[in-house]
Design a protein around this ligand. Structure first.
Ligand code: BTN
Length: 260
């Protein structure tokens, strides 16, 4: 059994408050409920759960996570990191890119990609997802939820998940320490929040390098509209550029329903 060692995180990462739960419905919900009690000094605050009974994905999706998964949420105050509210859309894409970068560090040489806006793919299958929410009671704060398939091989997952998902252990050929993965993600988040605040030049080329959809045919639905065309990559604002038969679309939100 891979035991999550959270003790060193206050020394090795930017996390201050830590809550470890054996089981919860969703770490995003637990983090949102905790947020009003947290002082600024306790941020970023981390909630980690060994098991989620009702893990949530974007839209109305659920998030499957069997034993060995890494599921956690952070309460952050973007203003503390120098990220104004206008930077929140880019933050969403950044967290996906951050997770991908951290997984590249854990599995050097593996094919890790970012599927806009913030899904992470490993060798063509989904390995991690990000769900960012703004708790009503603490409007200046965000809950950043990240789920990573680490040692929960989808071989044990429901049918619909099994064909599309992958875990780090499938590529590593054995268990990967979840503490290492968590530490790498948190350290990279710290770096990337600073980069975003400083408008650092390395961030956008990294989004572009990681973009899974560039050059592919895509179908995207956005507020009831369907956009089909060729993806031309990401622009500086984090918008996905899609060339349709008659126009060049810049998309800030949407769900990629097909890509080939
Ligand atoms: C997606 O791919 O649709 C996003 C998945 C996000 C899953 C994580 S697991 C930790 C946190 N708690 C949740 O209920 N969801 C996020």
């Amino acid at each position: 059994m891979d035991v999550l060692d959270l003790q060193p995180l206050r020394e090795t990462t930017f996390v201050r408050g830590i809550r470890a739960l054996a089981e919860t419905d969703s770490t995003n919900t637990a983090a949102a409920e905790w947020s009003p009690q947290l002082t600024s000094e306790e941020l970023p605050a981390l909630v980690v759960a060994e098991s989620q009974s009702a893990g949530r994905g974007r839209g109305s999706n659920r998030w499957w996570s069997g034993p060995g998964a890494l599921t956690f949420s952070l309460v952050i105050e973007p203003g503390q990191h120098g990220i104004p509210m206008v930077g929140w859309p880019a933050l969403s894409l950044t967290v996906g890119a951050t997770t991908a970068t951290a997984l590249e560090a854990v599995l050097p040489g593996a094919d890790v990609r970012l599927k806009w806006p913030n899904d992470v793919y490993l060798h063509g299958r989904k390995v991690a997802g990000v769900l960012i929410e703004s708790p009503l009671e603490t409007p200046r704060r965000l809950v950043v939820g990240i789920g990573i398939n680490v040692n929960n091989s989808p071989a044990q997952a429901p049918d619909d998940v099994r064909s599309r998902a992958i875990a780090l252990c499938d590529v590593a050929g054995g268990n990967v320490p979840r503490s290492l993965v968590l530490t790498k993600v948190l350290q990279q988040l710290d770096r990337d929040f600073r980069a975003l605040a400083a408008d650092a030049p390395d961030l956008r080329p990294r989004w572009r390098r990681l973009c899974l959809l560039t050059g592919r045919s895509v179908v995207i639905t956005d507020s009831g509209r369907t956009i089909a065309g060729t993806c031309l990559g990401l622009d500086d604002d984090g918008a996905l550029r899609v060339q349709t038969g008659h126009s060049l679309e810049r998309l800030f939100s949407g769900v990629v329903t097909e890509f080939a």
